[in-house]
Design a protein around this ligand. Structure first.
Ligand SMILES: Cc1ncc(COP(=O)(O)O)c(C=O)c1O
Length: 481
């Protein structure tokens, strides 16, 4: 099989990496190198070799040196030369050294669950392909040449300007382009903020007692100890902040339990940060998606010098884009930029320009609005299905976001998850999000990502979900197997 490197070489009719070394002059070295490349499988049968002139120019040797080397290898049977088809690697019925070439097995195709209700992704089938393509095309057409050189570690100014306007309008964030640093998403932001040199206070980081295990792992890998804050009906109990000087919260929509941080706690956490010289890391992962409650703006708006605001397109567009932003207090900007490094932007300049265009043209707002309606309709269907088929199950966290939490009677989460697996329904239980060191009483529940399935698969996913829920008396029905 011809690999992609060779394919591209074939198409452009040119590039070939050979190293001329060893005894006997350049002609002999070239013959040796080409023979080895054929023998080792790097140049498979049928591969077209570059014309004498271009290979000679690349290698800095005379044309005749290449012509002689090709002729020698044709004579030996390694290459063939035909009028009109150039010089190619000879076809052989059997590879020369089969033992050297391990057959490459195609990786097994990952088979997804029958009903995917895992939280974490927007409906991938709704990615705004046409709008993104239009923005990408405009961005590419209008991009100055310097876009194709090394980029500013802060990210493209066009995107930072578009975000300044958008975040102020949509999320109540107060900032300016100089305080925004583009990154590849929230996870990358955490790595930068807790890596060396960012200037963030050292020591334990307070987090919510329920949160994403992946983020806790990432912090642990960076040597950060996390101290869990219990949750109650008003969100994280920030009055429990103690010796920590940094706290990570999801104020607009607690992840995963779903409520907003109460207004009194929003001001309390700012008071704490001011009094202790602390900082709040605000994870605004799905702030755009609110349905029937008053918009909850970013806490950052209360004090831009005490809050690091973090966002990304992972919920609004797609986690595959890997584009996010940090809105920083002024004192952290230089440290975070230094941590990011001079040379690597960590986000494609063209993608950044496309997103800037998507926002500035209004297409981003239109997409978010359309998706909000669609997700709200799904949320309504979920609530409706549960109210008729499992009225004993309480649904929480449904005023916003892309997931809901179904509260279960104590001790029934595990069996509900078993039943889910039996029915081909993929979802998580609340236990998966619980901080191992929290003293909060465990809560039983299922986290249902209702945005995940494509539209056509949603009805069946809902039916399957209702089948796995424990009956009113808490005993499992036959579905659990
Ligand atoms: C709690 C939480 N924070 C942040 C994010 C965004 O992460 P990222 O930008 O790294 O994709 C997610 C996932 O979308 C999330 O669930």
């Amino acid at each position: 099989m011809v690999d992609s490197w060779v394919n591209s070489a074939e198409r452009i009719g040119a590039d070939l990496h050979v190293e001329l070394s060893g005894p006997g002059g350049r002609r002999a070295a070239l013959i040796r190198a080409l023979r080895d490349a054929v023998r080792g499988g790097r140049l498979p049968p049928g591969t077209r070799l570059p014309p004498y002139r271009s290979l000679a120019a690349d290698l800095g040797v005379a044309r005749n040196t290449v012509a002689d080397a090709y002729a020698e290898l044709v004579a030996e049977g390694w290459l063939t030369a035909r009028q009109g088809s150039g010089t190619r690697v000879a076809d052989r019925t059997a590879p020369l050294r089969p033992a050297e070439r391990t057959p490459v097995k195609a990786p097994p195709r990952a088979r997804g669950p029958r009903h995917d209700l895992r939280q974490g992704t927007p409906d991938a089938s709704s990615f705004p392909r046409a709008a993104w393509l239009a923005s990408y095309r405009r961005a590419l057409q209008q991009a100055p040449n310097e876009v194709f050189g090394p980029g500013d570690p802060a990210g493209r100014r066009e995107l930072r300007e578009a975000l300044t306007e958008y975040l102020a309008r949509a999320r109540g964030v107060r900032t300016e382009p100089e305080r925004i640093v583009i990154c590849s998403g929230f996870a990358h932001a955490l790595r930068l903020l807790f890596g060396p040199g960012s200037g963030l206070p050292r020591g334990p980081l307070a987090v919510e007692a329920y949160g994403l295990d992946f983020h806790r792992g990432l912090l642990a890998a960076a040597g950060v100890r996390t101290a869990p804050l219990p949750l109650d009906a008003d969100g994280a109990c920030v009055e429990r902040l103690d010796r920590e000087r940094a706290v990570l919260l999801t104020p607009a929509h607690q992840f995963p339990t779903g409520g907003p941080l109460h207004a009194s706690r929003r001001t309390a956490v700012i008071d704490w940060a001011r009094a202790r010289g602390g900082v709040l890391l605000e994870d605004d992962y799905d702030g755009e998606f609110r349905y029937d409650r008053k918009p909850v703006g970013a806490v950052q708006g209360l004090d831009p010098e005490r809050v690091i605001y973090l966002g990304s397109v992972s919920k609004s567009l797609s986690p595959a884009l890997r584009l996010g932003w940090m809105v920083l207090p002024e004192r952290y900007v230089d440290g975070v930029l230094a941590a990011k490094g001079e040379r690597e932007a960590w986000a494609s300049a063209l993608d950044q320009l496309s997103l800037a265009d998507l926002i500035a043209s209004g297409a981003y707002d239109r997409h978010v609005r359309r998706m909000r309606q669609r997700y709200r309709a799904r949320r309504d269907r979920l609530v409706e299905a549960l109210s008729t088929q499992a009225p004993h199950v309480e649904v929480t966290g449904v005023a916003a976001g892309l997931h809901a939490v179904l509260r279960l009677p104590p001790g029934t989460e595990r069996s509900a998850l078993k039943a889910a697996a039996w029915q081909g329904v993929a979802l998580d239980g609340l236990a998966a999000f619980r901080h191992p060191a929290t003293d909060m009483a465990p809560q039983d529940g299922l986290v249902v990502g209702y945005a995940t399935p494509p539209e056509h698969a949603y009805a069946a996913a809902l039916e399957a979900l209702c089948r796995i829920l424990p009956p009113p008396d808490g005993r499992r029905g036959p579905a659990a197997g």
